[in-house]
Design a protein around this ligand. Structure first.
Ligand code: PMP
Length: 445
C-alpha cells in the first residue's frame, strides 16, 4: 500500500503536476500532456487564463464570501440574469450550488417539493436511463444507472425506475425512427406500470457524457420523452452538468433539439476549473409554488457566493468575447474528421459519436458483430495509459449496463486551436498504433 494519505484510486502512482498553460499540462519531470479531456470535462477554457484570474482577484479584493440569506450580491444577480437569457426559454428562476451532484440533488428536491406544494405528496419516484451518470451523492446516485457505482449503496438510495434509451449503434430495428418509437413505447409501458400518479419526473442527459461515451439520444427521442412527461403530469429534468456552457457548440445541449425541460442543471464548465460552481434553472411556476408553500427546503453553504459567481460571469464573458461556441463547432468538425479517419484505419474502433467538442470513441473486439472486448481485458484502461505515455489525456470508461463496452471521451478545452487538434490526433494515433500492436501480440494483449 502506498504511503500517500490520499485514496482516490487503485493503480500506479500518478505523475505530480507542475504547471499548465492553455491546453497543455506539465508534470514535475518536465513531461507535457495535451489536456484532451479538459480534466474531468471541466477546464473548458484551458489553463492559466489571465482574464479569469483578474476577475477573481478583483472580486476577492471586494469580498469573496457572503451568505446568500444575509446579502444580495451583484455577481450572483448578474450571472442569474445571464443564464436565464442564454437558455432563452421559459426557465426564469435560478439557484446556485457548487457541484454537479449538488445541482442534481437540488433538482430532485425542488421537483419533489413542487408536488408536495400542489397537494400531490404521493408523487415520489423518478425515472432515469441505464446507463447514465448523475452524481455521487446519495440522491443523485439513486438516479445513476451504472452498476459498479450503485452496488454498495442500492439498499440505501432512493433508486429511480431505470429504462433504456435509444442505441443508434447496436439496435436491430428497421431504421432509427422505428427504434426510437419502440424505445418510447417501452418507456411508456414502464411509466404506466409504475402508477403514473406516483411519478415526479424524468432525469436525463440530453447528450450522454462519461457513462455512455457521448451517446446521442436525438430529437425524436427527446421530444418523445417531453411529450410523455406532459402526458403523465411529471417534470422533465435535464442534467447538463457536463454538456452545459458551450461544450457541444451551443450554450446548452437541449438547444440542439429545441428541448425545453422543466428544470435544467449545469456545473463543470461554468467554473471552468477555476472555482466550483453549479446552477439549477427552473420554470417560474414551479419555484412560485414552492416559495408560496414556505420556501425551498434546501441549500449549501457556498451557494451563490460572490467569488463563485464572479468566476462564472468571467467564464461566460470569455466564451462570448472569444467566439468560443463557433470555435467549438469548427474545431469539433476537425476533431470528428480525424477520429473518423482513425476509425477507418482500425477495425476495433466501433463507433465515433458526439457533438461540438464532446466526442466518444467506442472500442469493439469485432466490428462486424459489434461485440465488445471481454471486461477483464480492461481495454479502456490500456488505451488511456498508452495515450498518457504519448502525452495525451483522454477520459475512459467501461459501460457494463445496457450498451456494453469500452469507450473513451475526447473533449479538449473549447479554446483549442487547429494546430493543437493536429497534435492531439497525432498523439492519439501513436497510442492507437501501440494498442494495435498489443492486440496483435497475444502475449502482450
Ligand atoms: N451529472 C453528470 C451528467 C456528470 O457528468 C457529472 C460529473 N461527471 C455529475 C452529474 C456530477 O458532477 P460533480 O462531479 O461535479 O458532482
Amino acid at each position: 500500500m502506498s504511503d500517500s494519505p490520499l485514496f482516490y484510486q487503485i493503480g500506479p502512482a500518478l505523475p505530480e503536476v507542475s504547471h499548465a498553460d492553455g491546453v497543455m499540462i506539465w508534470d514535475t519531470q518536465g513531461k507535457d500532456y495535451l489536456d484532451g479531456c479538459s480534466g474531468a470535462i471541466s477546464c473548458n477554457l484551458g489553463h492559466g487564463r489571465q482574464d479569469i484570474r483578474d476577475a477573481m482577484l478583483a472580486q476577492m479584493d471586494k469580498v469573496a464570501f457572503t451568505y446568500r440569506t444575509q446579502f444580495e450580491n451583484a455577481p450572483a444577480l448578474a450571472l442569474g440574469h445571464q443564464l436565464v437569457e442564454l437558455f432563452d426559454a421559459e426557465l426564469g428562476k435560478v439557484f446556485f450550488i457548487s457541484s454537479g451532484s449538488e445541482a442534481v440533488e437540488s433538482a430532485l428536491k425542488l421537483a419533489r417539493q413542487y408536488f408536495v406544494a400542489r397537494g400531490q405528496p404521493q408523487r415520489q419516484r423518478f425515472i432515469s436511463l441505464r446507463p447514465s451518470y448523475h452524481g455521487s451523492t446519495m440522491g443523485a446516485l439513486g438516479m445513476t444507472g451504472y452498476q459498479p457505482l450503485e452496488a454498495p449503496f442500492t439498499s440505501m438510495t432512493h433508486a429511480s425506475i431505470k429504462v433504456s434509451g435509444p442505441d443508434f449503434y447496436r439496435h436491430q430495428d428497421s431504421d432509427d425512427d422505428a427504434h426510437v418509437d419502440r424505445v418510447l413505447a417501452e418507456t411508456r409501458a414502464a411509466m404506466e406500470a409504475a402508477e403514473p400518479e406516483s411519478l415526479i419526473g424524468f432525469v436525463l442527459e440530453p447528450i450522454g457524457g462519461a457513462s455512455t461515451g457521448a451517446r446521442l439520444l436525438g430529437k425524436r427521442y427527446l421530444q418523445g420523452i417531453r411529450t410523455l412527461c406532459d402526458e403523465f403530469g411529471c417534470l422533465l429534468i435535464a442534467d447538463e452538468v457536463l454538456t452545459g456552457v458551450g461544450r457541444t457548440g451551443t450554450w446548452f445541449a437541449c438547444q440542439h433539439y429545441q428541448l425545453v425541460p422543466d428544470i435544467l442543471v449545469t456545473a463543470k464548465g461554468l467554473g471552468a476549473g477555476y472555482y466550483p460552481i453549479g446552477v439549477m434553472l427552473a420554470r417560474n411556476h414551479i419555484v412560485e409554488s414552492v416559495m408560496a408553500s414556505g420556501g425551498f427546503q434546501h441549500g449549501h453553504t457556498y451557494a451563490g457566493n460572490p467569488l463563485a459567481c464572479a468566476t462564472g460571469l468571467a467564464v461566460i464573458k470569455a466564451i462570448q468575447r472569444d467566439n468560443l461556441l463557433e470555435n467549438t463547432r469548427q474545431r469539433g468538425e476537425q476533431l470528428e474528421a480525424g477520429l473518423r479517419a482513425l476509425a477507418d484505419r482500425y477495425d476495433w474502433i466501433g463507433h465515433v459519436r458526439g457533438a461540438g467538442l464532446l466526442w466518444g470513441v467506442e472500442l469493439v473486439a469485432d466490428s462486424a458483430s459489434r461485440c465488445p472486448f471481454p471486461a477483464e481485458q480492461n481495454r479502456f484502461a490500456q488505451i488511456t495509459a498508452l495515450a498518457k505515455q504519448e502525452g495525451l489525456l483522454i477520459y475512459p470508461r467501461r459501460t457494463l449496463d445496457g450498451i456494453a463496452g469500452d469507450h473513451f471521451l475526447v473533449c479538449p478545452p473549447l479554446t483549442i486551436q487547429a494546430n493543437e487538434i493536429e497534435t492531439l490526433l497525432e498523439r492519439l494515433e501513436r497510442a492507437m498504433a501501440r494498442f494495435e500492436q498489443a492486440l496483435s501480440t497475444p502475449a502482450a494483449a
